[in-house]
Write a new protein. Sequence first.
Length: 277
Amino acid sequence: MSSDSDEAASRNSAGVDTHEFFLPGAGVSALLIHGLTGTPYEMRYLGERLAARGVRVRGVKLAGHAGTPEELGAAGYDNWYESVVNGLEELRQFGEPNVVVGLSMGAVLAARLAADQGEAVAGLVMLAPGFFLPASMTIMLRGARGILGSLVDRIYLFNPGGSDIHDAAARSVHPTCRLMPLSAPLKLLDLSAMVKPMLTRITQPALVMHARGDHTCPMRKNVDYVMKHLGGPEKRAVELEESYHVITVDSEKARVAGEVIEFVERFRVAPQKRAAG
């Protein structure tokens, strides 16, 4: 196993900023949630595009992420969710509509937040939602849990390649998690199993975006399931042609940002309305 410093170096070798962020705005707020083993960096381009349009943005760092493999292994999905809830609470103090935007596992956490928080969440965006992994991966993970039991908490998987990104330049600078605790994707499976039945409680307007070439979370299975089970009448799915999984930084990131901006702008409160309220 590499040292903590080696892992940190592999994440930051390109000099990218993996810290959580807040960008000022007014009229509407957006909470951005990254994915499993990811960092706030993968939501930063989207956040900056939103902020350029006057949207207030909070990019959270999920508990255990952007650090060492051991820190990731020690965090559970309730710890991840607590990070999301805390981010929403920061935005609620402004008294304006809040839209929650999640990528991959972040989309699963965003769905849980929308179901739990009701009117506190005005709209929901799920980018490459991670409710389902490839069938072979799911079978392998469940088999490992059955055979190894609690030992899965002590096993780490080495990732020799980069992230699931089509654009070579984006992939080359993207922070990667070289060592991933085997327990992490198992916790995602558990989280997804808990959140799936909650989808019918989500009545807020929703936007779902996914790439056909996604190797991490198969598009058809995820999009079809989400669109079938979301409880609200306003829901739209957008399919991307070129990107892979991390669509917020990939070949079509500008289109992703444009779609999200258009969706978020629907909830903006006009200044005179705020004053009157």
